[in-house]
Design a protein around this ligand. Sequence first.
Ligand code: XMP
Length: 530
Amino acid sequence: TILILDFGSQYSHLITRRCREHNVYAELMPCTTQLKDIKFKPKGIILSGSPYSVYDKDSPHADPGIYDLGVPILGICYGLQEMAWQMKGTVDKCDHREYGFAQVKMTKIGSENASVDALFEGLGDEMQVWMSHGDQLSAPPPDFHVIGYTASAPYAALAHNSKPFYGIQFHPEVTHSPRGKEVIGRFILNICGCQSHWTMEEFIGKEIARIREICGPSGRVIGAVSGGVDSTVAAKLMHEAIGDRFHAIMVDNGVLRLNEAKQVNEMLNKDLGVNLTVVDASNLFLSRLEGIEDPEQKRKIIGNTFINVFEAEAAKIEAAAAEEEKNGAAAKGRVEWLLQGTLYPDVIESISFKGPSATIKTHHNVGGLLKDMKLKLIEPLRELFKDEVRALGRLLAIPAPLVQRHPFPGPGLAIRILGPVTREQVMILQQADNIYIEEIRKAGLYDQIAQAFAVLLPVKAVGVMGDSRTYEQVIALRAVQTEDFMTADWYVFPPEILRRISSRITNEVAGINRVTYDISSKPPATVEWL
Ligand code: XMP
């Protein structure tokens, strides 16, 4: 394991990612974590960047004991300055913030024919990197030597004379440093001596064993599934581990995509063998949503109703289990656990060190689940990033179209109907959305787009059909490309695809006479319209 100490940089989670991409397990912890609280022995430590300056009064510092662990340490940006500061080097404010591309030249150690430092082995004499800092070293700390420099930073990369301590001013973790991933690879593989063992094949075996151990021979687990990637993969993994002692519950809230509940049932239950109950609560949800316009109120109603329905269903499963237990023989035990498809980015969000420029949370999940149910949480995906979950899904034989599925928000179509929610509006949007996604798939573009959906606008526009004038609603189409949904760009469709989608929607969906395409990026817009 590589330990990454997070000083609050917006790139910290990317360091974790890059290590994982080398199949080395890496874990992020707040920089203030004390050594005694770290329950594993890391093979190496990486100190992240930070929005702070080491000389700020309240700037965060690592436990100095890390330098006595005898493991390699790499400081990135603030991490370098932190290391230098702790070793009594001199850090100065730059005259200007340096932000952008730079060329690092590697220093030859010894004679001209000698090689570059192990950190840069095989990377040539220079490389393009990304810089983003306000401070820099004005002198290397004692016992350090320069292994790389740029036109404006004479100490862009340093190494200790005798210990495996390294510091770099640039950010190897961002894609703007094209060979940065290799630099991280040199550090964790060659210098720390980590092996590339972190693969999803290994993960499955270990995780199934872990689930079996914590559930014991008879414990039961319940969990909600939505048809999305995370809950499907989590459910299939639980099924592999404990079979029918895992009960999946899907709540049809009436604002799902066209035929969604039926399709999820077929896929999860019939194809993947998961013990699934689909609860059709669409009447309850739609009656509570009837006429509601305010987006936050829509979210609240859907979140609360979901909890009501899920708890009622869980109580039925628990009652059946108690009955079985009373009857002896085939008892499978009581419901003790609740499955949640939490992913590593959510974990990072909750543990990361909050610097002065703490990120604004853009995720708003249907939270608050099951506060008073006396269940323990089981979260088999909490160590994984989204693409690792997808790889896991493929290994668990979940069909490819499902593994690549676009995300779908918990409050569903309710937040894509901009006006009041009614049954008629839901039906119109379901049909338009279905045509849109169908055409995207037919054109082979689905996997190039991170998320695509239709929105039903609360306006009417004039049109003409045959000899008569129409006065009907408008559909907006949205498609975005993004890495992490924090920022997003609108997707550039070939015009003939948009033409076909528009013509099909206006011809086939009664009540729509106009289709528009949303060309806003995030920021300043968001992905969803509400
Ligand atoms: P925004 O609109 O915030 O969306 O740019 C970013 C991502 O989050 C999804 N999203 C939601 N997901 N409940 C969810 O489960 C919500 O209330 C919600 N609002 C937005 C959105 O679909 C996109 O993937």
